[in-house]
Design a protein around this ligand. Structure first.
Ligand code: TYD
Length: 203
């Protein structure tokens, strides 16, 4: 059986984890083997990099360092986990992938989408997802949800203008990359999942 790689993208607090779980349950019901992962993280090395990036004390971190660390965590995740899982015919569901870097670092941090894409092309060595589901929710709403839950990490604690830029960036990416499908995520979980099911059934 052919492996399938599905990526969930969207602003902080857009409900990616909830939908990842629903998609997993759906495929499990069809008898498929599922693997979940989140970025940054997902391997021993990538989780260490995650701690470095998201630590609220690392205020001096240069934006290029940040972009390279995300790419490094991703390179390890792809080679150690995602590629082998796909080769075994599994369904791989990832919260965030390259698109997060293009938006947060490329646009949010102003490093440039093309520049950030270059280092990520190197990091992922050609591993493109079969589908990217972009959960579209107003950034104010999403962020409020996240900050209420856990106080937020270094990225989440950026100002609202940063997050608005991220949101606009996601919209732009949706127009450029054909593998991205945008879903209105300001609805009930069941309503959102009906749309997602329709889309993943096309795979
Ligand atoms: P996390 O707590 O995993 O957030 P979420 O649950 O919203 O995914 O933290 C990840 C943070 O890192 C989030 O604010 C987005 C940011 N990020 C980037 O800036 N670039 C990236 O390439 C990735 C993967 C995440």
């Amino acid at each position: 059986m052919k492996g399938i790689f599905i990526v969930l993208e969207g602003p902080d607090g857009s409900g990616k984890s909830t939908m990842a779980k629903k998609i997993g349950d759906y495929y499990r019901g069809k008898g498929r083997e599922i693997e979940f992962t989140r970025e940054p993280g997902g391997t021993k090395i990538s989780e260490k990099v995650r701690e470095l990036i998201l630590d609220n004390n690392n205020t001096e971190m240069d934006y290029r360092t940040e972009a390279l660390l995300y790419a490094a965590a991703r390179a390890q995740l792809v080679s150690e986990k995602i590629r082998p899982w796909l080769n075994e015919g599994k369904i791989v569901i990832s919260e965030r992938y390259v698109y997060s870097s293009l938006v947060y670092q490329g646009l949010g941090r102003g490093l440039g989408v093309e520049e950030v894409k270059k280092i990520n092309d190197f990091a992922i060595a050609g591993l493109k997802p079969d589908m990217v589901l972009l959960l579209d929710v107003n950034p104010e709403k999403g962020l409020k949800r996240k900050l209420n839950i856990d106080g937020g990490d270094r990225l989440e604690n950026e100002g609202i203008s940063f997050h608005r830029e991220v949101y606009e960036g996601y919209k732009k990416l949706g127009e450029i990359f054909p593998e991205i499908r945008t879903i209105n995520a300001e609805r009930t979980i069941d309503e959102i999942f009906i749309d997602i099911k329709e889309i993943i059934n096309l795979l």
